[in-house]
Ligand binder design. Sequence first.
Ligand code: FE
Ligand code: FE
Ligand code: MG
Length: 163
Amino acid sequence: MGTKGKEIVGVDVKKLIKMLNKAYADEWLAYYQYWVGSQVAVGRMRGIIAGELMEHAQEELKHAQMLTERIITLGGSPLLKPEDLLEETNCGYDAPTDPNTRKLLEQNIKGEQCAITTYKKLLEYVEGKDPITYHLILEILEDEVEHEEDLEAILADMKAPVK
Ligand code: FE
Ligand code: FE
Ligand code: MG
């Protein structure tokens, strides 16, 4: 990053890189949870749900990419070892050991809710101090809010009485 670009980052850069890496860990685990969930899904509305999970997986991977780019620009390095992902994650990993579509929806809604909380905190940390990171996190947060909404809507459809 250039001299002036660095100058306008008004937060503790080391702490910011650490927070971005924790979110990065969440994104990889969310990616895998969605991806593998879409493979093993069984039960009601399987086609629709597997498709939605796969779409979300691709978006989580895109978030990981966005975070890496910012981490590197700030002079940091993304986590390099898979075991570091589990070490650093905020939201953890919920294995789809029960592949029922309803269970998968519930697990992933929980994950999205954790992601929303995490990004809200990050947003507050950089607000008014690092406009570039703020913009990036806001973009990701918008996607997470949409993800939660999508999954809750499908779950509501699933629970609706058949007429
Ligand atoms: Fe994400
Ligand atoms: Fe998401
Ligand atoms: Mg969606």
